[in-house]
Design a protein around this ligand. Structure first.
Ligand SMILES: [Zn+2]
Length: 208
């Protein structure tokens, strides 16, 4: 049960980092009039919510451990949290595909420098979060795995955005942005389906 405690701390710190980034991006977005920064700040809110869910699962498990009235299997709470995170990640991936198609159909003027800065902040924060959520096989459960895959998914989205923005800037190829978003979304959809399958099996008491 010791790793449960470590994982609670890991997810808590990642939530704090994501929440601070969200507040800073919204504040700077408003004060500088940068729509990209403001939009990413609001986007960070969904990220805080998803990782916050993993953190909350550990808090509940810890509280239940001292509750003598509880006789259930607390591991199920981590599987439920992992399943819900997988579902959220799947929805986020579909939203990214929708947004990319919208941008492709109705292209608007891209503020390259501003968009690149925002994407680089996102990549940095998510790489840092991925390092913090990294865990060994023994420390693994469905909740920490979901949080880890979530930040990797966000890092992938930022990375493809950076590549697409640079390509669009250098060669004026605008559809690369949509293509990059769709490719990263397909990878994220595969990851979230794998999360749903594995945590779902545990919830249904099926052999992994
Ligand atoms: Zn996210």
């Amino acid at each position: 049960m010791n790793h449960i405690h470590t994982n609670e701390h890991k997810t808590m710190w990642v939530v704090i980092i994501a929440a601070s980034t969200m507040v800073l991006e919204i504040l700077f977005g408003i004060s500088t009039g940068s729509m990209a920064l403001l939009a990413d700040g609001i986007h960070m809110g969904s990220h805080v919510f998803a990782i916050g869910l993993s953190w909350l699962a550990y808090v509940i498990v810890r509280k239940l451990a001292t509750n003598s009235a509880y006789k259930g299997n607390s591991q199920k709470i981590l599987s439920l949290s992992g399943y819900t995170s997988g579902l959220l990640l799947l929805i986020f991936a579909l939203v990214i595909v929708y947004e990319a198609i919208q941008r492709y159909i109705h292209p608007s003027e891209i503020q390259f420098q501003e968009a690149l800065i925002v994407a680089c902040i996102g990549l940095g924060i998510n790489i840092l979060s991925a390092f913090m959520l990294h865990h060994s096989h023994e420390e693994s459960d469905h909740s920490i795995r979901a949080a880890y895959i979530h930040v990797l998914a966000d890092a992938l989205t930022s990375l493809t955005a950076i590549i697409a923005l640079i390509a669009a800037m250098l060669w004026n190829i605008l559809w690369l942005d949509a293509l990059g978003a769709i490719i990263s979304s397909l990878v994220i959809i595969m990851w979230s389906v794998s999360l749903l399958k594995q945590s779902g099996k545990d919830l249904l008491d099926m052999k992994a």
